[in-house]
Design a protein around this ligand. Structure first.
Ligand code: PLP
Length: 396
């Protein structure tokens, strides 16, 4: 990165930073936003510059353009990170973070609540590279010390857990890992740097699916990995070796999304909590898994470590047949049935973690549903679900 953040802005609050971060109108003829730079070849003024690459900010398209650099700088600034690199998807960002920290012969500890495809990457790919994975109970806390081996080089945390919403004690896990010189990798997609300052909490490499809240519009795939000072160089080296770069249009759309991300997250928090509380009061619902609810077992740690909650949470229904759940979901008019989340539109998906859990038990008392709450009027969403619950009861 050739441009640094002005000292005065480092002290500013997140809401101000996301408005200004990664923008340089003076480089763009005064226009507010950095445009899309499409390109592979970068021309050099003479042989000496080409050979030495001295003073060249950009060398070739895969190493970055002003568009991707703007997003990387902005993300570093709001994350309190030393550097950020982009990836073509959130999963690619998680894989890049793991491959930055791990080598053949190493051992990695991965939370049992990790995003499923990250888990598959460890099992199916890291194994082939001679890297062994142990899944651990997400609630292990400082007890993770007992799982370390002499060759444990990284710990992957994710909070809340994908689908199941356990809150991990990340500062406690990071303290243990750092005593043993292991890298702490986090999937911070749920909270984003705005609601969980990962690097301040002890995370070395933080991966985010920009596909979700950074985009906010269900129209792009993108990943980001930010690193603290200790890991920044290794991250960028690994990134350049893979050359698994993100598209210019996607980086530009993500920059556009970034400017309203704080606003959208605050609304997601409000909408999510309103719907979660309403669901908690429903007779068809057994439990709501939302860490900002007082009833959540991880609420105290969430309150200590997080700065907010977002619009993604799960519920466990009272026992009901698959057919009854399908009748409830199939007739919904506002909630789309589909993967991904963090867009402006509400979604719901049924899920079951029991088939893959290795170090923790997932045995809920009824069917499980994950909700992503969008920007619709909350009463319309409740009316839609109210009719859905009537269909569920009719089949039960
Ligand atoms: C969606 C998601 C990812 C992957 O993002 P993609 O861009 O879809 O690859 C990673 N982690 C979490 C927690 C996610 O929800």
């Amino acid at each position: 990165m050739s441009k640094s953040t002005p000292q005065s802005r480092k002290a500013m609050r997140a809401r101000t930073k996301i408005v200004y971060a990664g923008r340089a109108p003076e480089d763009q003829f005064g226009f507010v936003n950095t445009p899309i730079y499409r390109g592979s070849t970068v021309l050099f003024p003479d042989v000496a510059t080409l050979e030495s690459r001295a003073g060249t900010r950009f060398r070739y398209g895969t190493y970055g353009t002003p568009t991707t650099e703007a997003l990387e700088q902005a993300w570093s600034e709001i994350s309190g990170a030393a550097d950020t690199v982009l990836a073509p998807s959130g999963l690619a960002a998680c894989c890049l973070a793991l491959l930055t920290a791990l080598s053949s012969g190493d051992h990695v500890l991965v939370t049992d609540s990790a995003y499923g495809p990250t888990r598959s990457f460890c099992e199916a790919f890291l194994t082939r590279m001679g890297i062994e994975t142990t899944f651990y109970d997400p609630l292990v806390g400082a007890g993770i010390a007992a799982l370390f081996r002499p060759n444990t080089r990284a710990v992957l945390v994710e909070a809340p857990g994908s689908q199941s919403f356990e809150i991990q004690d990340i500062p406690a896990i990071a303290a243990v890992a750092h005593e043993r010189n292991a890298c702490v990798i986090m999937d911070n997609t749920w909270a984003t740097p705005l609601f969980f300052p990962a690097h301040e909490r002890g995370v070395d490499l933080s991966a985010d699916a920009g596909t979700k809240y950074l985009s906010g519009h269900s129209d792009l795939l993108l990943g980001l990995v930010s690193a603290n000072a200790k890991w920044a160089k290794k991250l960028r080296q690994t990134y350049q070796l893979f050359s698994n770069c993100a598209g210019q249009e996607d980086a530009w759309l993500a920059l556009r999304g970034l400017r309203t991300m704080d606003l959208r997250l605050r609304e997601a928090e409000k909408q999510g909590l309103a719907l979660a509380r309403w669901l908690e009061s429903r007779p068809e619902v057994s439990r709501v898994l939302h860490p900002a609810l007082e009833s959540h077992p991880g609420h105290a740690i969430w309150k200590r470590d997080f700065l907010g909650s977002t619009g993604l949470f799960s519920v466990i229904l009272k026992p009901a047949s698959d057919q009854a759940v399908a009748a409830m979901l199939d007739g919904l008019e506002l909630f789309g049935l589909g993967y991904s989340w963090g867009g402006f539109e509400s979604l719901v998906v049924p899920f079951d973690c029991s088939s893959y859990r290795a170090a923790s038990v997932w045995a809920p008392e009824g069917p499980a549903l994950r909700f992503s709450v969008g920007l619709e009027d909350i009463e319309d969403l409740q009316d839609d679900l109210d009719k859905g619950f009537a269909r569920l009861r009719a089949q039960a």
